[in-house]
Design a protein around this ligand. Structure first.
Ligand code: ATP
Length: 123
């Protein structure tokens, strides 16, 4: 039976941050998400978005990041399972990429509906 240890938990965080760091360094889509996230945070600060509306923006950004993280993990597992061409790997990778796309569409809509009242009040 494993014992809950502080050093074990710290290691888990270190590995998790290493995974995020690796994704940020290697995945071009993650760079796009980073640019979009910085843009949303900048616009949110500029428009003085309320804490209640920040919740929507944070959820919208987080779901894209989470989808991209799982997509990257699935790609790596697929490449080990089947380094050569495989119809199932193609399906798995395409579907995982589709999940990122769905989240990105939903995030654009969520962000748009959240920020639109602020943008309208300027004009
Ligand atoms: N082993 C394979 N067998 C069949 N098709 C594959 C295989 N590897 C990749 N593909 C096809 O190529 C596409 C791109 O796969 P790749 O692993 O290069 O991901 P990527 O370009 O990094 O994707 P993403 O844009 O999601 O980051 C997949 O969506 C799939 O259609």
């Amino acid at each position: 039976m494993s014992v809950l240890s502080l050093s074990g938990r710290v290691k888990s965080f270190v590995y998790a941050f290493a995974g995020i760091g690796f994704m940020l360094r290697t995945q071009h889509n993650a760079w796009l998400h980073a640019i979009a996230s910085v843009g949303v945070v900048g616009v949110g600060l500029w428009l003085k978005v309320t804490p209640a509306d920040w919740r929507w923006l944070i959820v919208a950004m987080a779901m894209v990041w989470v989808a991209e993280t799982f997509n990257t993990a699935i790609e790596y597992v697929c490449d080990v399972v089947s380094p050569g061409y495989s119809e199932s790997v193609k399906r798995a990778k395409d579907i995982a990429a589709g999940a990122v796309l769905l989240c990105a569409f939903a995030a654009v809509l969520t962000g748009g509906f959240t920020l639109w009242p602020y943008i309208r009040s300027i004009g």
